[in-house]
Design a protein around this ligand. Structure first.
Ligand SMILES: Nc1ncnc2c1ncn2[C@@H]1O[C@H](COP(=O)(O)OP(=O)(O)OP(=O)(O)O)[C@@H](O)[C@H]1O
Length: 384
């Protein structure tokens, strides 16, 4: 097991700065997900940890030691890729045994015919069999040992890739979008398997994904990367509830948070479309943006009124899209009880409690103060 430390990591490809000074400490045994939109640099960061890519400046430490200049194979890390990188011509058993054979047998002992004549080969192969069987039992792969990767489902292939990583007993596992080739249902199932695997092994996991739901449901902490910068690191619930930056608020959570244009008055009142939302303490008058999660929008009463322009009924819950005059995008409200859905085309009142609002300044940085007073009931905002 190992602590992984990234200090001021920068990476440029030609003139493009892909990583702009990333600092992150991943504790021994922790499960941290690097999450962010496509192209934000998360795979590059993972590859730098693995030693597959060299940072332009900055330092990587694994288990307290700097590893710059240490070859990937010497870092004792296991990487699981999106493509699984299995050998198509080898059986499940041999795919998992490969890293052990590479480590414990000499080139001569690995030779198919000559190797068998060497006494050490039999002893090592017996040990390897024991270890491969232990891992394949754990991963419920015992029934497939003789099959080739082409004869397996996506989920089974993914488990073989994980098995091959586990047998090496690495100090940390690095996952690069390992579930993105699977269908939605299997992905949800494999999320649970990977989280359980982490609990069982207790080894450091670093997991790259662009899927915020994957990161939220599996990891102890998530590190949100945007445009080559680490914008926020924290427990999933903390990042969801207390985003420090509007880009984080918009990236985390599905469906997206509602962002409403507002104005912070000098007397501390926050207004949206000229209607009061609550008090944020006195300060400088300035434009701001109010973020409200769909589940915090209360339908049926409140200061605002919108036209029901679309309803997404998922069975167990529904999302109502409310067109509001003066807003470019509809406000989304989550409805827990789908029997209470307003009809399409009707108008619906809505509001939200002041503590549901997260305020951001014009640059997208979080305004610390939380709204306190209840929004005053005002005349309705016109329906679109
Ligand atoms: N070898 C390379 N040469 C030039 N540019 C590169 C190279 N590798 C990555 N990049 C660029 O660096 C940026 C970050 O790439 P990276 O693969 O780290 O992003 P990512 O966040 O993992 O994205 P995705 O989720 O799409 O995989 C991208 O703009 C990419 O085009």
């Amino acid at each position: 097991m190992a602590r992984i430390e990234l200090n001021a990591i920068r990476k440029s490809f030609d003139t493009t700065d892909v990583l702009k000074g990333v600092d992150l400490a991943i504790e021994d045994g922790e499960f941290v997900s690097l999450v962010g939109p496509s192209g934000c640099g998360k795979s590059t960061l993972l590859r730098i940890i693995a030693g597959l890519e060299q940072q332009s400046t900055g330092e990587v430490r694994i288990g307290g030691r700097p590893v710059d200049g240490v070859r990937p194979s010497q870092r004792n890390l296991a990487m699981v890729f999106q493509s699984y990188a299995l050998y198509p011509h080898l059986s499940v058993y041999d795919n998992i045994a490969v890293p052990l054979r590479m480590k414990r047998l000499s080139t001569l002992e690995r030779m198919p015919v000559l190797g068998r004549l060497l006494p050490n080969r039999h002893r090592v192969e017996r040990e390897i069999r024991g270890e491969v069987e232990r891992v394949t039992d754990q991963l419920e792969l015992s029934a497939f040992l003789k099959r080739k990767p082409g004869q397996l489902s996506g989920g089974q292939r993914q488990r073989v890739a994980v098995g091959r990583a586990i047998v090496r007993q690495p100090v940390a596992f690095l996952f690069d979008e390992p579930l993105s080739n699977l269908d939605a249902k299997l992905r949800v199932h494999m999320r649970a398997e990977i989280a359980q695997l982490h609990r069982r092994l207790g080894t450091t996991f670093v997991y790259v994904t662009h899927d915020q739901a994957e990161a939220m449901t599996m990891s102890g902490r998530i590190a949100v990367m945007i445009g080559g910068e680490l914008v926020q690191v924290g427990r999933p619930a903390e990042v969801y509830d207390d985003p420090r930056d509007i880009r984080v608020a918009e990236f985390v959570g599905s469906p997206k948070i509602n962002i409403l244009p507002g104005h912070l008055r000098a007397d501390g009142q926050v207004e949206m479309l000229g209607y009061p939302l609550g008090l944020a303490g006195s300060g400088l008058a300035r434009p701001c943006r109010a973020g409200v999660r769909p589940e915090r929008i209360e339908l049926g009463a409140g200061a605002f009124c919108g036209a029901v322009v679309h309803v997404e009924n998922m069975g167990a819950e529904a999302f109502v899209h409310l067109g509001v005059d003066g807003l470019a995008t509809p406000v989304l409200a989550r409805i827990g009880d789908v029997r209470q859905l307003p009809p399409l085309g009707s108008s619906a009142r809505f509001g939200f409690a002041p503590d549901a609002v997260r305020l951001f300044d014009a640059a997208g940085k979080r305004i610390e103060t939380r709204l306190t007073a209840a929004p005053q009931r005002a005349r309705e905002v016109a329906v679109v």
